[in-house]
Unconditional design. Structure first.
Length: 131
């Protein structure tokens, strides 16, 4: 099978594989080359695949969609991190979540400032009408 993992900005994986395992909303599953065509809504978790050489690879994926059509398996997700080692993958995911948390905090702070300025301007307009 040909596995293609697509992110909004890049093709993260494009490999020939012998099996793909992932987790959908209704549970985990494994696809083999002769598996029937299949579509699944993925939940955040680990997507594992085996290369033709027998080597295992792992992806930590965000929510996404998996489509198996014939000999091709497509995964589309907003975020994914790849590794051949689960411990390394765990550390990479942890670091990325820390970066995302910091970005999220900065975004919330900026939004709070915008909301405060917006309310302040409305109050000034309202005071101008009443005064």
């Amino acid at each position: 099978m040909k596995l293609k993992v697509l992110l909004p900005t890049e093709h993260l994986v494009e490999e020939t594989v012998t099996k793909v395992s992932a987790e959908a909303e209704n549970g985990a599953f494994t696809l083999l080359p002769r598996h029937i065509d299949f579509t699944a809504s993925l939940v955040p978790g680990i997507l594992a695949f085996e290369l033709q050489s027998g080597q295992q690879r792992f992806l930590a994926v965000d929510q996404g969609v998996l489509v198996k059509c014939g000999a091709e398996v497509y995964v589309s997700t907003m975020n994914a991190v790849q590794s051949a080692d689960l411990d390394e993958l765990k550390q990479t995911v942890r670091e990325q979540f820390e970066v995302l948390d910091e970005h999220e905090k900065k975004t919330h702070t900026a939004l709070a400032r915008l909301e405060a300025n917006f309310i302040q301007h409305f109050m000034e307009i309202d005071e101008g009408r009443l005064g």
